[in-house]
Write a protein that binds this ligand. Structure first.
Ligand code: SAH
Length: 396
């Protein structure tokens, strides 16, 4: 007999709307006993069963909904179904087929709260970021092996999200003999991915489409790529015929990886690439006082606002770098600017960029709104899952 969560009166609305998270303050009490990750029934105050969830007593997100069908059992077969469906959705999209680097499972949006699975060639990197998926790790590994042709699985359960669940980090091989680094091809450019030490699962797959756009916009341009990490945007700019690409990051290992990747691409002209180990906030100021100018500036900073509580301080940082970025542009130059902060909405971000243009004293227009690729879906019921937002802006 499953334990049951009884929701406080008036706190059922998110689940009526199929939102996957039950917050601590929505739980009136737990009937029965449950350990972290156990499956519990979720009920309204007046006894209506809304579905089943994974119990997570140490997290503010006290339970994550597995299903809104009270009759659906959570067992090995459930994970086989959900993982097969996530893979099938991607196979069905022509824009995603043939990609070496692809997110196969994107947590809540794929009906598997807390589970991230990224594919790099024949290696899958798995992050189990919540108590529920942590408990079902064997079922998940089995289902992934069944649904994909992966030879190796590696676990990277070392995110901040996992800490918030009260779970210890876990990293290491789950199946086969995963190589520490692997090489993927993205739009024909070869890139090394360090699955053991790299950020997230090794690479920022969410920017794949936007790197393609960079390539298409780079011909003949002088490009400044800020927060370049392992050089994904930089190498696409070179592939697109950029005249020169200056790339900046404060991580020496990331810059080394970027240069190693460049060396793998015989067709790219390495003499057009310059790499700087520096703080972007400082370097932008230096470039400005030196009178440097660029035709395309890319700003893809880390998460400045993990939650909306940090939005205001984050706003100052976005406003600062975007002002400087716009000031460094030639007339007609392009700014590609991003925020991956969950705590900043797309509308709010655009407001920060508008304020930055005002500070810079320039007129500018939005040419395109940018987002993560289709392998990073957003659940309609949980729009806050849309963490990555960007703008392509032209300076007059
Ligand atoms: N655009 C990259 C991903 C960027 S992630 C891609 O497509 O792969 C953000 C990067 O910002 C990280 O590599 C991190 O090392 C770097 N970073 C964070 N703070 C920084 C700072 N103040 N100055 C320079 N780089 C910074």
């Amino acid at each position: 007999m499953s334990a049951r969560i009884i929701l406080a009166r008036g706190k059922e609305t998110p689940q009526f709307r199929r939102h996957p998270w039950v917050f601590a303050n929505a739980v009136e009490h737990l009937n029965g006993r449950a350990r972290p990750g156990d499956t519990v029934l979720v009920e309204t105050h007046d006894g209506r069963v809304l579905g089943r969830a994974a119990w997570s007593p140490n997290s503010q997100i006290r339970a994550r909904m597995w299903t809104f069908d009270a009759d659906e059992t959570i067992d090995d077969a459930f994970f086989k179904r959900r993982i097969a469906a996530a893979v099938a959705r991607r196979v069905a999209l022509p824009t995603l087929t043939g990609q070496d680097g692809l997110r196969l499972v994107h947590g809540e949006a794929d009906g598997l709260p807390g589970l991230i699975v990224d594919r790099y060639g024949d290696t899958l990197v798995v992050a189990l970021n919540a108590a529920g998926v942590d408990k079902w790790r064997d079922a998940i590994v089995g289902a992934l092996l069944r649904s994909t042709a992966a030879a190796h699985l590696y676990e990277r359960s070392d995110s901040d999200a996992r800490r918030l669940e009260g779970l210890e980090p876990r990293v290491g091989p789950l199946h086969g003999e995963p190589p520490a680094t692997t090489v993927i091809s993205e739009h024909g450019v070869r890139l090394t991915v360090d699955i053991v030490n790299g950020h997230k699962t090794g690479f920022y797959l969410d920017q794949r489409d936007n790197r393609r756009l960079t390539r298409d916009l780079s011909a003949g341009r002088r490009v400044l790529n800020c927060f370049c990490y392992t050089g994904g945007f930089s190498l696409q700019a070179l592939a697109g015929g950029a005249r020169a690409v200056l790339s900046v990051d404060s991580s020496a290992p990331a810059l080394e990886a970027a240069q190693a990747s460049l060396g793998l691409n015989a067709g790219l002209d390495a003499s057009r690439a310059q790499w700087r180990d520096a703080d972007v906030f400082e370097l932008l100021r230096e470039l400005k006082s030196a009178g440097e100018q660029f035709d395309l500036v890319i700003l893809d900073p880390p998460k400045f606002a993990p939650s909306s509580a940090h939005a205001e301080r984050a706003g100052r940082a976005y406003r600062d770098i975007n002002r400087l970025g716009l000031q460094l542009l030639t007339p007609g130059g392009l700014l590609m600017t991003y925020s991956c902060s969950g705590g900043v909405s797309a509308e709010r971000f655009q407001g920060f960029v508008a304020a930055a243009a005002c500070d810079a004293g320039v007129d500018a227009q939005v040419l395109q709104h940018l987002q993560a690729g289709a392998d990073h879906p957003v659940a309609l019921a949980a729009p806050e899952g849309e963490y990555l937002k960007g703008l392509l802006v032209v300076r007059n």
